[in-house]
Design a protein around this ligand. Sequence first.
Ligand code: DDQ
Ligand code: CA
Length: 263
Amino acid sequence: MLMAGGLSPVVGFAQTPTPPATVAAPAASEVAHYTYRVVKVYPHDPQAFTQGLFIQNGRLFESTGMAGASSLREVDLTTGEVKRKREIARPYFAEGVAPWGNAIIGLTWTQGKAFVWDRDSFAPKGEFAYTGEGWGLTGDGTHLILSDGSDRLRFLDPQTFKVVSEVPVTLRGEPIEMLNELEYVEGQVYANVWQTDYIVRIDPKDGKINGIVDLKGLMAYGPAITQRIDVLNGIAFNPETKHLLVTGKYWPALFEIELIDKA
Ligand code: DDQ
Ligand code: CA
């Protein structure tokens, strides 16, 4: 269940599941809790149903979903202006994107197809097939890492898209599903949990969640909401500042944030 382990948007993560009698409960301190400090607020295209987000060499790339509105974009961080855009035609519903060398690889939600584009021209370079759904995509330098809405992360060979290994993602022993947009940050995988204000930090070695970032209230730092917005989605790491950039589907703002230990 999505809410197993206490990621319910209503009750937060205060509830601790009862451990089996024979197994010692891991100390709560094994999971770090973070809140955030907003460093900067940038404009974001409110028509962008954000599905993928990353920075490479200071350049910001984004993918957007919805059949008929899917795209790959390079975006000017400061102005939010779309510098380059490749539309991804129906029936494809674009999902997460990640860089690989000079290429960008992009998932589709239920079409089982990943596109490969040239990073600079966005010209198509190839395709991969995979089973199941595609949600988030990132890379650890050796493998691509894919989420599919379940509690599992798949590690893929970037040359073939074959599954090399998989880990179940757990919070204090309970599976956490609905892992959405991903970002590999200094040895850990950050994941938006779909339809919550939480980003979880996952140890890719064993799938254990070792940190929870609570982004509740983030939109209050942005402009007034004048249109329908959807869920938090999109994490990019800026290695120069060590800050995260986060946004959401149809959000009018993109936030540069710093994580703060929750007291
Ligand atoms: N996902 O990105 C979480 C994988 C899917 C989000 C889809 C939400 C909008 C659904 C619209 C239905 C159109 C077929
Ligand atoms: Ca990302």
